[in-house]
Design a protein around this ligand. Structure first.
Ligand code: ADP
Ligand code: MG
Length: 340
């Protein structure tokens, strides 16, 4: 067969496999878009493990009717200039999420920027794009994803049970809600409210999402070295869990699942907690963007640090200092519900 360029729909379907590994990845991309749009409140509804339906509604800046078609076009983004790849300040920048979702599922966008008389609606299913039609809707954007992977049955086969996809979707929303504590968040799963929290400070958000008992045991942590800062909350050695599900890392407000940070946390606790147990941690790392590469993987949750040893030792040192000295714990008061 001679060499030829693939059709855009095929390219999007291939990319969808990388960007949207499972429903939770679609949830993450849509909520990140809402945060990038400056939303003050984000409501997420997940039905049938996110395979049947995902709906993310925000009150952010919206997409002008004239740009709706571009929003679902590959490599089209309002967030990145070609020069800015070294200093990424938004959660999205690759312009891949919406076209990838639209290639694998039925995607509907309803959006109304401030000043636009009505909302406009566009739909894309298996890569085929609808006409744009006017609809009534408040300011902001709703993204609705239905029948995820119906157009990519090979991927659909690899999904786990509806229950475990639901858990993964809820974990993704929780992680984003921690990363953006100053934004109100609501999550509803199969018609039942899972949480509904106002804009909060980090302390109150951790308490709301981790639950009263866990949150009250947590210890505040703060560490600075040159231009790297780590702050947040960790559990004392006496409070552990059987899984690492209560460990959330945010780097420059981006929720990440970074192996280096996870391992550093494990090392920090290694000598004080039993094997097979995991501490609780919600940690925010702030680092100059030029010391960080977030463009390692299409899902953007892994990082490359320019100075990994500095990050690792700062985190390990900070955790061990806060665990070891009772004075340190006293100086950093335990988390109180409603406090701060
Ligand atoms: P990226 O986020 O990498 O730019 P996406 O495919 O996720 O790529 O989105 C494409 C574009 O659509 C964004 O750059 C943005 O301009 C617009 N967009 C997507 N979702 C929203 C939203 N919820 N509110 C406002 N604009 C949005
Ligand atoms: Mg995006």
């Amino acid at each position: 067969m001679p060499i030829r360029l693939l059709a855009p729909a095929t390219i999007n379907r291939i990319a969808a496999g990388e960007v949207i590994e499972r429903p939770a990845a679609a949830v993450k991309e849509l909520v990140e878009n809402a945060l990038d749009a400056g939303a003050r409140r984000i409501a997420v509804r997940i039905d049938g493990g996110g395979i049947a339906r995902i709906e993310v509604t925000d009150d952010g800046g919206g997409i002008p009717e004239t740009e709706l078609a571009l929003a679902i076009t590959r490599h089209a983004t309002s967030k990145l200039t070609d020069e800015a790849l070294v200093r990424i300040a938004t959660l999205g920048f690759r312009g891949e999420a919406l076209p990838s979702i639209g290639a694998a599922a039925r995607l509907t966008l309803v959006s109304r920027p401030r000043g636009q008389d009505a909302a406009a609606r566009i739909a894309v299913a298996g890569g085929a794009v609808s006409e744009i039609t006017p609809v009534a809707a408040p300011f902001g954007t709703s993204a609705i994803v239905e029948d995820l992977f119906y157009a990519t049955p090979a991927r659909r086969k690899f999904l786990r049970s509806v229950a475990s996809e639901t858990t993964a979707c809820a974990d993704a929303v929780r992680h984003l809600a921690l990363a953006a504590a100053d934004v109100a968040f609501a999550l509803s799963i199969d018609g039942t409210t899972s949480f509904d929290v106002p804009a909060q400070d980090r302390r109150a958000r951790v308490a709301a999402l981790y639950g009263r008992g866990d949150a009250e045991a947590l210890v505040a942590l703060e560490a600075v070295r040159e231009d790297i800062t780590i702050s947040g909350f960790i559990s004392p050695a006496s409070v552990t869990r059987a899984t690492a599900r209560h460990q959330h890392m945010m780097v420059n407000a981006r929720p990440v699942r970074d192996p280096l940070l996870r391992l550093a946390l494990r090392v920090a606790y290694r000598d004080v907690i039993p094997a097979g147990r995991h501490p609780l941690a919600a940690l925010w790392l702030d680092i100059p963007p030029e010391q960080l590469d977030v463009n390692v993987h299409p899902a953007k949750s892994e990082l490359r640090f320019a100075a990994p040893d500095a990050v690792r030792s700062l985190l390990i040192g900070a955790v061990q200092r806060h665990l070891a000295t009772p004075a340190g714990v006293a100086a950093a008061p335990a988390l109180r519900l409603g406090g701060g």
